[in-house]
Ligand binder design. Structure first.
Ligand code: NAD
Length: 483
């Protein structure tokens, strides 16, 4: 593999994401020889750490995520790390940072290549982008920036942030990361859809009755109540992860696998996304909040949450497209906290077809994304010793050995940034469309709140969310497949 010279600057170098995901992923890339001699990483945060202390942190992060490591490798890897105490709101600190980046560029022959990673609270993204620009932090080689989620709070703030970032970076160099796009089973959607004639040929409204997407979380808001109360399930999960999954399921076949062609196919589809009216929001969406149990708080009693909060910890909704292979097919989605289990799952529900047996079971294609990785297709056969039809699963499942080989989403996506492949990142025009949809729902809810009659279903914790979500289906023959 190629050794890519670069100086990487991580804003938020003492944070949770850097420790749990970025350092271990970079180490894995280093071990595979993708980043080798000509790279250095500057970790920045406010704390007064030394280079040595950051290296210890990096080494700890690797030990925490790897069973066995070569200590010499860890040491050699950690020696590429440097720490710069830096308050992102202080302009002068960017001058020091720039000096260090230039020094390291010379020492590591990094050819003026810079990779910036915003691993901080999103309220700082705009400030960092502005100061990268006004303090000229970019190098003379390539300049790429990775932006964590959420990218904006609504369309207006996302547009503002985009303006601040595009002052220094071209669209092609902005990597808006959505770690769902790095997941093995999400990356399996395209090959599954486009390479098998059985599946490719039924991918239409003629055979697909509906599609259902569930992103279930087992945990409540925990210590993040203050932040979560300003966000909610729609912004936190639907705007990014769920919409990316929907797009991959509904887009037309790209003409090839290049990043440009994949984004083109997505954008073509998204032009026909139906933005809901307030009446449609009322009819097709359910928002909810979890209740308490003997051992857990109700959402409104969680620390740092407004006791009169209208923020949803659960949302179910429906969407449709007016073009693309599954034009007109309802796509139902739901996500929330305190489900009975953590699971990400996609069900493609096939229509009944006329047949001489009369009542046969409906068949589905299910993709389990987390925690297991599998695809199963139900098929019908005859019962062995009595008349009638039975349903069986044909399963494509990963072995333990295969699972062990699957890289973490962050490792995969960081690799993509190094090799400049933006296929699995969110393009601005996609993000814009997602926000238009989310804003329409949020605006309708806001109006209900202001009118004093918000319909917020209260649901029991550790089940499947509010029963009201059973009423969003278009016909009485539809229901949630995963129950
Ligand atoms: P965190 O709170 O653990 O880390 C934030 C970092 O910012 C720390 O290093 C902190 O010292 C630093 N910081 C705060 N104020 C600063 C200032 N004024 N100047 C300089 N540094 C300052 O946050 P996190 O969990 O690592 O999340 C970072 C980003 O990654 C967020 O956008 C989050 O949405 C995203 N993300 C995190 C995870 C995860 O697993 N932690 C997963 C997906 C996305």
């Amino acid at each position: 593999m190629k050794n890519i010279p670069v100086i990487m600057i991580i804003f938020g170098g003492s944070g949770d994401l850097a420790h749990r995901k970025l350092y271990p992923s970079l180490f894995n890339l280093y071990e595979q020889g993708l980043i080798h001699d000509n790279f250095a990483v500057i970790g920045t945060a406010r704390r007064p750490w030394s280079h040595e202390y950051l290296r210890e942190q990096v080494s700890d992060a690797i030990h925490e995520t790897h069973d066995q490591v070569d200590e010499n490798e860890v040491k050699a890897f950690a020696s590429h790390f440097y720490y710069q105490s830096h308050d992102v709101t202080n302009v002068e600190h960017y001058v020091t940072l720039k000096k260090l980046a230039q020094e390291l560029d010379d020492r590591y022959s990094a050819q003026g290549n810079r990779l910036f990673y915003m691993a901080m609270a999103p309220r700082f993204f705009g400030t960092i982008a502005t100061h990268i620009n006004d303090q000229h932090l970019t190098g003379s080689g390539f300049n790429r920036i990775v932006v964590e989620k959420p990218f904006g709070h609504d369309l207006a703030s996302a547009e503002q942030l985009n303006k601040e970032i595009t002052a220094s970076f071209d669209e092609n160099d902005i990597f808006r990361i959505d770690h769902y796009l790095g997941k093995e089973m999400i990356q399996n959607i395209m090959p599954m859809r486009f390479t098998n004639p059985l599946i490719k040929n039924i991918w239409s409204g003629e055979y697909i009755k509906n599609i259902q997407i569930t992103l279930a979380e087992r945990l409540g808001v925990e210590a993040r109540g203050g932040y979560y109360d300003t966000s909610g399930a729609l912004r936190d999960m639907v705007q990014n992860h769920i919409f990316q999954i929907i797009t991959l399921l509904a887009m037309p076949e790209p003409k090839d696998l290049s990043s440009d062609s994949v984004h083109q196919a997505k954008q073509e589809l998204l032009k026909s996304l139906i933005i809901p009216t307030p009446e449609e929001v009322k009819k097709n969406f359910v928002r909810g909040q979890y209740l308490g149990s003997d051992t857990t708080f109700a959402y409104k009693k969680e620390p740092n949450v407004d006791p009169d909060s209208t923020t949803e910890t659960y949302v179910a909704g429906k969407t449709k497209f007016t073009s693309g292979p599954i034009s007109g097919v309802p796509i139902y989605f739901r996500t929330g906290k305190e489900f009975k289990e953590k699971k990400t799952r996609i069900d493609i529900v096939l229509k009944h077809i006329n047949n001489p047996y009369g009542q046969a079971h409906s068949n589905n294609i299910t993709i389990e994304v987390d925690p297991e990785s599998k695809i199963y297709i139900t098929i019908n056969g005859k019962k062995i010793d009595e008349p009638g039809i039975r349903r069986e699963d044909l399963t494509y499942v990963f072995s333990k050995e295969e699972m062990a080989k699957v890289p973490d989403g962050y490792e995969r996506l960081l690799h993509d940034v190094f090799v400049n492949d933006s296929t699995n990142f969110t393009h601005w025009s996609e993000l814009k469309r997602y926000w238009e949809f989310i804003d329409a729902v949020e605006d309708a809810w806001q109006k209900e709140n202001e009118a004093g009659n918000p319909e917020i279903a209260q649901y029991l914790p550790y089940r499947m969310g509010p029963k009201e979500a059973d009423n969003i289906f278009e016909s009485p023959t539809e229901h949630w497949i995963y129950e």
